[in-house]
Design a protein around this ligand. Structure first.
Ligand SMILES: [Zn+2]
Length: 126
């Protein structure tokens, strides 16, 4: 099978978009994560809990309203929430990749793979 070197994928761990690299020449069809770091840190139970909390917080509100990722981090991690922010953003990117939520900036959906700066989360509109 020939590898499609122009194909991009969403990392199943951090939710960022990544493309083909030479080191994957033999097994590109099986690659699901963007980096060695992500390969070593597959989502744990607590990361799934973050995904669940994001959806729970959003479903408790009007369909049009949004939350700050820190609200989910605080709800899951309490006083340690700051240490959980990157994991919370990764959980949000996974949910966005799965089509469950949208990541927005200034009220507009953005590509979670490339967004920089403060983001908000809302349920995906069907
Ligand atoms: Zn990754």
């Amino acid at each position: 099978m020939t590898a499609d070197v122009n194909e991009t994928r969403i990392c199943t761990v951090c939710g960022r978009r990544f493309g083909w690299q030479k080191r994957w020449a033999r097994n590109w069809s099986e690659v699901r994560v963007c980096s060695e770091r992500c390969r070593r840190s597959r989502p744990r139970r607590s990361d799934r809990a973050l995904e669940g909390k994001i959806l729970e917080l959003l479903e408790a509100r009007a369909a049009t309203s949004s939350i700050c990722p820190s609200e989910a981090a605080r709800a899951v991690a309490g006083d340690e929430w700051r240490d959980w922010m990157e994991r919370t953003r990764s959980a949000a990117r996974r949910l966005a990749a799965a089509g469950r939520i949208q990541i927005t900036q200034r009220g507009q959906p953005v590509d979670p793979a490339t967004a920089r700066g403060p983001i908000r989360l809302r349920l995906a509109r069907s």
